[in-house]
Ligand binder design. Sequence first.
Ligand SMILES: N[C@@H](CCC(=O)N[C@@H](CS)C(=O)NCC(=O)O)C(=O)O
Length: 212
Amino acid sequence: MQRIVWGRPTSSNVMKVLWLLGELGLPFERIDVGGSFGKTDTPEYRKMNPTGLVPTLQEDDFTLWESNAILRYLAQSNSSAIKLWPTDFHARANIDRWMDAQQTVFNRPMSQVFWGLVRTPADKRDLIAVAAAIEDTTRAWKMIDANLRRHRYIAGPEFTLCDIPWGVHAHRWFNMDYLGLTRPEMPALRSWYDRLCHRPAYRRAVVATPIA
Ligand SMILES: N[C@@H](CCC(=O)N[C@@H](CS)C(=O)NCC(=O)O)C(=O)O
């Protein structure tokens, strides 16, 4: 079977997929599309992914988009992922809701922080808007920090699928240049990030990619 990840490696949503593939030791090829690479508005790409966004996963003639759906698909279709997404109804539902919360509660303010500090030229930065987005983002991180004060990973004592969507952003959160803006201390969140940094697949997919 040929497995292809379509998407530039600097995308947080692409990173999620690369990280999980690394955790599972699954072979894949990656093709640069999106961002400055373009090619996401071609009819061929839109046929695979009508949103024109990245990532898209292709396995022979099966294609899938939406990063968290891709994580679940890879977890379901590879038995080595059973501990990451257990079949127990309650355990799985708990993991799923934290994955969804990354998209619904956290993604918007975090994107505003990231774009405002990293992807906006210095003379166009609106640090007042960024400060407000940092506040909203902090509120979401505090929710995660509260979990991490009770157990080592977001859903419980073990690393699971929901650590991935949040974990890709933790690297940015702790390593962006804040240009004088403050980022509140959250020691449990920091320790969790430090633990993720011990995972080779995280280092390869997330830490090794420049924050850009
Ligand atoms: N909800 C989608 C969002 C995908 C998304 O917004 N991807 C961004 C990169 S993180 C994108 O494609 N941006 C345009 C581009 O890179 O050309 C997912 O989780 O896959």
